[in-house]
Design a protein around this ligand. Sequence first.
Ligand code: ZN
Length: 173
Amino acid sequence: MIRSGGTGAPVRALTAFAREIALPDRDDVVPTIRRRWCRFRLFHARSPIHRWGIYTAHAIPSRRRVIEYTGERIGDDEIRRRSLRHHLYLFWCGPGRAIDGAIGGSGAEFVNHCCEPNLRVSIVRGRIFFVSLRPIRAGEELTLDYNIMGDVAVTTCRCGAATCRGSMRRPDH
Ligand SMILES: [Zn+2]
């Protein structure tokens, strides 16, 4: 469990907005990308990192909002309840507040982890945007560093990056 707010550890600026995820067991969950929440044309395809990935059809310049992470907004009690679920797409957007991408997700919840990501997270007034860290080529898979904190069973990373730290956890966890 991530405790980035509420009863847990104090929120540490942007780095506290970590994602808690337990990757789905089922292989038949196919991403749906809702274009309304995308600034660029994206598509899903098989990923060398993990099952499905989200890719860009066009080149994306650096420092551009690419997709918004949408879903149901929930608070402390509901976060605790849903944390018992096997498949989690909770993304913390503030103390005791999270967005559950499993319900009404834009497709951003399927962006895979990589230790050398091409996206970063930007939280603006409780909304979560994935922003390009560098120019991204057409056809490239979009990736994010999940920076997982807490007790999450599945965190082994096989992203293939030269600097892969072998774990989706935050480096200091
Ligand atoms: Zn890695």
